[in-house]
Design a protein around this ligand. Structure first.
Ligand SMILES: Cc1cc2nc3c(=O)[nH]c(=O)nc-3n(C[C@H](O)[C@H](O)[C@H](O)COP(=O)(O)OP(=O)(O)OC[C@H]3O[C@@H](n4cnc5c(N)ncnc54)[C@H](O)[C@@H]3O)c2cc1C
Length: 439
């Protein structure tokens, strides 16, 4: 029996899934599968990782739904090339379908899997699913990616047609007639079998956020003290348990500010695909040799939320306890690390990468480099936010700070580890000197 394989990665859902819909219309019975990729998992610093448990729960849900629909869902713990080598040898595979993934490792991996498939006479099809516009679709007039977000957003908005946001009929096609049954398939890996502990952190529902929240989003998004200040759907967009098209449709109808934030997500994914080196290197060549201080004690104080700047500390403590922090707290914490403590943005990027449940390389790198002023997006390197003014502006009644820093206002709370004005001047002078020296 000839088969089509559908490889889930960052799209852990059956509804509105571009690649899955195409696979189900390929004319061959489909076997959906997931690979717990050792190339990624072996690098994780801890065996107690909420993201791995989240993925595991979602894969098990997909497997149950597939069995209920009359098909077989395969899951493996291994290296994709080895897994596919075995599958392509054991079965007569017509094609492997999947959705595009724009991270540097994923691009290389997919190129290798496509070549392997070709050697076995199978096609490899990757579809655009996790963004609306990708790769070269919206370049500037000079044929290069836009460095000004406003210009990109304008081009994005002008190019948008209803069909870009239309749902794919993958769920309706997910029927016994289109799925393959493989009796005797190997059991799926368990968390313990892969050496991971169960570790669940609270995650909001994967459904669309309430309409009232979305309508008010532009007014609430910068008030971290409110639990419903923003959609909190980032983790679902990251793992594809929510379709970005679905959320974009809601945003387009109800709130242009939310749509603009979602366009940032497309933008950063496109930038990382064009400039994969920015995952580990500043885009701005004149800021590649900044004499960052990288003071270990201060870095630890930042990680543990003991800087003496309450908005920064509240954010870092929330991150530590929940795997999440609101955008405004991310900005305060990141700005403080790169400017006030004059620390290499890559250390902050790594720390967030280890802790954030919604960690996404393109979003994290894009935002960290934006904060550091080193990125593709033209952000001024000499901008230094005052953590105190940010606190007064965004958490005036201290609702956020009191939730995460209960000892704030008592003698148990530390004094600021550095004076704002001194740190601001030091950052600007150091960055200016580095910038000039490189010219
Ligand atoms: C230093 C720093 C690191 C970040 N790292 C990540 C990361 O690893 N993963 C991640 O998903 N987001 C990251 N962000 C972006 C943003 O903070 C989060 O997406 C947002 O806080 C998630 O909460 P939400 O879903 O309630 O967002 P909402 O405000 O409800 O926005 C809805 C969606 O729009 C997108 N979005 C919102 N703000 C941004 C933004 N600034 N850049 C890109 N997309 C945005 C996200 O997909 C988000 O889920 C980072 C921001 C900063 C400043």
């Amino acid at each position: 029996m000839k088969l089509t394989l559908f490889w889930h990665r960052r799209d852990l859902r059956q509804h509105d899934n571009a690649g899955l819909a195409a696979a189900l219309q390929s004319g061959y019975p489909v076997v959906p599968l997931f690979i717990y990729d050792r190339e990624i998992l072996d690098l994780l610093p801890s065996r107690r990782d909420a993201r791995v448990t989240f993925i595991y729960d979602e894969v098990e849900r997909l497997a149950r739904q597939t069995e209920q629909a009359g098909g077989t869902f395969l899951a493996f713990y291994g290296r994709p090339l080895e897994v596919f080598e075995e599958l392509l040898t054991q079965h007569e595979v017509a094609a492997i379908y999947t959705n595009e993934d724009y991270e540097p490792y994923a691009s290389e991996r997919d190129t290798a899997v496509a070549a392997l498939a070709q050697r076995h006479g199978a096609a490899f099809q990757a579809l655009k699913d996790q963004v609306i516009f990708a790769k070269n679709e919206l370049l500037g007039k000079n044929g290069k990616p836009q460095r000004i977000f406003g210009a990109y957003r304008k081009a994005w908005t002008e190019a948008l047609r209803d069909e870009h946001l239309a749902p794919y009929p993958s769920r309706d096609l997910y029927t016994a007639e289109r799925l393959a049954r493989l009796p005797g398939a190997a059991p799926r890996p368990t968390l313990a079998g892969m050496g991971f502990e169960e570790f669940r952190q609270e995650v909001p529902a994967s459904e669309l956020p309430p309409e009232s929240l979305v309508r008010n989003y532009h007014k609430t998004r910068n008030t971290p003290g409110r639990v419903d200040s923003s959609t909190r759907r980032s983790v679902h967009l990251r793992f594809g348990t929510l379709s970005v098209r679905e959320l974009m449709r809601q945003a387009r109808e109800l709130n242009p500010k939310l749509l603009a934030e979602l366009i940032w997500r497309d933008y950063f994914m496109m930038l990382l695909w064009h400039y994969p080196f920015t995952a580990t290197e500043s885009f701005e060549p004149r800021l590649r040799h900044v004499p960052y201080r990288n003071n270990e004690e201060e870095f630890r104080a930042w990680c543990e939320g003991r800087t003496g700047y309450p908005l920064v500390d509240a954010g870092m403590r929330e991150l530590h306890q929940t795997g999440y922090l609101p955008n405004r707290a991310r900005i305060a914490a990141a700005g403080f690390l790169v400017k006030h403590l004059l620390t290499d943005w890559r250390l902050g990027d790594r720390y967030f990468a280890d802790k954030l449940l919604d960690y996404d390389m393109s979003q994290n790198v894009g935002n960290w480099q934006w904060m550091a002023g080193t990125g593709v997006v033209a952000a001024p390197w000499f901008r230094v936010y005052s953590p105190q003014s940010q606190l007064e502006q965004y958490d005036p009644d201290l609702a956020y700070v009191k939730r995460w820093v209960p000892e704030y206002g008592t003698s148990a709370y530390p004094a600021p580890i550095v004076d704002h004005k001194f740190a601001r001047d030091r950052a600007i002078e150091t960055l200016r000197a580095a910038y000039r020296a490189a010219q």
